[in-house]
Design a protein. Structure first.
Ligand code: TRP
Length: 386
């Protein structure tokens, strides 16, 4: 047994990202590529510098095409199975940065169909409702409404299905078994689902009636889907989609990632300041058993979940993070102070986010697209004509 699992349906254990790079066959983002990005964007996002976005497929090609005057569009997504937490928000913040820097369109898929099919306890109605709930968190991050298309799969099922058919015909059941580990007990919707997740990678090519490069920012667990997309789409005359991939925000407890199903490991966007304080104060740290020992021996930021939250989201200034790290190791910074600092930063982020989330309720129509089909009205019309 490996000591970690990374599939689109399960992420657990202590993940070795070097091993993932090898197993998945993705490319690490190296200094040369960072330099190239910086030439275009003028600044380099801390998520890139810190290797939080650490791997890619064909990202250099995306930049080459962009430089040649053939711009790309962005595609990302969210499986709406519950409330949004900070681990979900992280790649979306980066997606927003990409949209701002390159001034490009974003297509954002809410896969209520997927979550209904894969989550045994989630009803169809609940999954659909979470699409609209989670859309508020996405809109709250400030994407450009003129350039952002947000959709629930259920709402866009006509277009998705029509195009998924062509994709599905090129994928065999045995490929699905090998790629996703599904077996004969899988329901048939699960077997078909990946073809729906591929459609947004060509949606702009379909609309514009010419091939448009697509860049997909996503957490590394989604790579199997897009590996398949890259196999199939050239057979249908499209470009292979490119991707830029991130690691997971770790759990606040020891080991694993932030998980929506274990409350105390995650900070949700709707948590109160009190919730945040409690969760961070109970977090697993690299500190010693007491203050005296900590002053003598120092702490270990490399295993500390509080430090990881500073590093991955809340202390993006390089001098400041170096300062935290060295003061911790030197025994000068105690866990209490470090936690309080994080609590304050998280709460000020959430305060603004929650305000924007409220405002987003009036903005849904500026972002969401859906195909409205009123079957009853159509039948009435038809009968009237007879
Ligand atoms: N399957 C993803 C999930 O469960 C949602 C998703 C759909 C997605 N399309 C995507 C994520 C594109 C990243 C990029 O979360």
């Amino acid at each position: 047994m490996p000591d970690f699992i990374v599939t689109p349906w399960e992420v657990s254990g202590e993940i070795d990202y070097e091993q993932i790079i090898k197993e998945f066959g993705i490319e690490p983002i190296d200094e040369k590529l960072l330099f190239y990005i910086k030439e275009i964007t003028k600044e380099i996002h801390p998520f890139l510098r810190r290797k939080i976005f650490f791997a890619h497929r064909d990202f250099k090609w995306i930049l080459d095409e962009y430089e040649k005057g053939n711009p790309f569009y962005l595609y990302t997504g969210r499986g709406p199975s519950g409330n949004v937490h900070l681990g979900h928000v992280m790649p979306w913040l980066f997606t927003k940065w990409l949209q701002d820097k390159f001034d490009v369109e974003l297509w954002f898929q809410l896969t209520d169909d997927e979550k209904f099919l894969f989550n045994q306890s989630l009803t169809y109605e609940e999954a659909y409702k979470y699409s609209y709930d989670n859309a508020l968190d996405i809109i709250a991050l400030g994407f450009d409404p003129k350039k952002t298309y947000l959709f629930s799969d259920i709402d866009l099922s006509g277009t998705l299905y029509r195009n998924a058919l062509k994709i599905a015909k090129k994928i065999t059941f045995s490929t699905i078994k090998a790629t996703f580990g599904l077996d004969n007990s899988a329901n048939i919707g699960q077997i078909f689902y990946t073809s729906i997740q591929t459609v947004p990678a060509i949606i702009k090519s379909i609309i514009d009636e010419k091939n448009v490069p697509c860049l997909i920012p996503h957490a590394v667990d989604q790579d199997p889907h897009f590996r398949l997309s890259r196999d199939v789409l050239p057979k249908l005359g499209y470009y292979k989609p490119a991707s830029i991939q991130c690691i997971f925000l770790p759990s606040l407890q020891q080991g694993g990632k932030m998980s929506a199903s274990i409350e105390t490991t995650a900070i949700f966007t709707q948590d109160s300041p009190k919730d945040v304080k409690k969760k961070v104060n109970n977090a697993f740290t690299g500190g010693q058993a007491n203050a005296k020992l900590q002053r003598e021996l120092g702490g270990d930021p490399s295993v500390c979940s509080v430090f990881k939250y500073h590093f991955m989201l809340f202390t993006l200034d390089d001098d400041e993070i170096r300062n935290i790290e060295s003061r911790c190791r030197g025994g000068d910074l105690l866990c209490g102070e470090c936690k309080n600092n994080l609590i304050q930063k998280i709460n000020s982020f959430l305060k603004k986010h929650q305000e924007e989330r409220e405002k987003a309720k009036d903005k849904l129509d500026s972002f969401l697209i859906k195909e409205k089909i009123d079957l009853k009205a159509m039948i009435r019309e038809k009968l009237k004509r007879l």
